[in-house]
Design a protein around this ligand. Sequence first.
Ligand SMILES: C[S@@+](CC[C@H](N)C(=O)[O-])C[C@H]1O[C@@H](n2cnc3c(N)ncnc32)[C@H](O)[C@@H]1O
Length: 387
Amino acid sequence: MKPEKVTIKKIVNGGYGLAHLSSGKIVLVERALPGEKLSIDIDQVKKTHCHGSIREILVPHDSRCLPPCPFHDSCGGCDFQHCKPQFQAQLKTTIIADLLSRNNEPSLRQALPLLQKTIPSPRTFGYRQRIRLQIINGEKLGFRRFRSHVPVEINRCLLAAEPLNHVLENLPELSHFRSLAEHSSELELQLNPDSRKVVAIFRFSRKPRPTDINNARTVCTQLDALECIFFSGDQFQLTGPFATDRNQETLLDNTLHISYNLNDNSRKPLKLQWEIGGFFQVNPEQNKTLINLVLHFSKANPDDTVLDLFCGMGNFSIPLGQRTKEITGIEGQGSAIRSAGANSRNNGLTNTVFVKKPVHEACRQLAKEGQQFDCVVVDPPRRASRG
Ligand SMILES: C[S@@+](CC[C@H](N)C(=O)[O-])C[C@H]1O[C@@H](n2cnc3c(N)ncnc32)[C@H](O)[C@@H]1O
């Protein structure tokens, strides 16, 4: 197909630039910016629209920059590294505004004027405390390609905290890692905020055997930045931790901890823990801003009752519970509910109720019972399972 000249109208969900072809058909262009004039190749034609990629930038956006990551062209990890960080935040606001304004649900369309500006991360790079990597051919590590399931090898990620990068760079060199990688498709690296060391979770195709456990211990001995290794899989329960020596293993458990001094620092620091493999916001510094914002917008006061949907380990429920009469948290994952209960106890709360149920089911039940709340917090995953 011949290249086409287009002008990008706006950036839509997924990070694509939307433009019209000369035929009038919509084309979604990878890594474009609004207002840019581009020469594009059409890569895929669908019934309702096409997908295109940039052949030449004829008129660039003012905020376009050279992506600092050397893997940017092939790796699918980042959508907006081709523009300056301040503009990335603006783009995210416009994408959400676009989704709200076109939503079929009238109450969501009406919520548009309430939309606030996106607050950029305090750090542009090095902020992620967790990365999930593909294991390639039993020996290399990488992410998926842009909009594809095909993996691409990387040995550094600009977004990841430095200890994660140290492990990412050095792990594939170790022969005992490769013995583990043979039985594994995915590796999660998670930073322990207390020790600043890395916890690795191998997604294993079968139950780990004694040789795998010995290999895991050897890998920890050879790589000081690695605190311990766990094995997860469909056929067995989370197994670990395995560390340099057995004494150390007895000191570790399957939880990670963080504490925050929130804006109204008259209170004791908020203490949170979560289980390995459970959800914790990827950017711990930005999470503090997020919790402060939830407290600010909820206008929490001591007589209020609050419903926290998709509450996870109580990231918002616990600080809200400290400031309100009662909080009910709904969450589908058992490990998160266990952590929410532990977080409630560790922060001295007695006014929290955590329910393990799919949110849709729990909401139907609450409505049937005629329960009412002064405030509802909703923090769904990118794709909520209907459960
Ligand atoms: C984006 S996380 C937010 C967790 C928490 N609010 C936080 O800030 O840490 C979304 C949570 O929703 C849970 N979840 C996903 N689908 C669900 C469903 N259908 N019903 C209940 N919980 C669900 C996930 O297990 C996850 O803990």
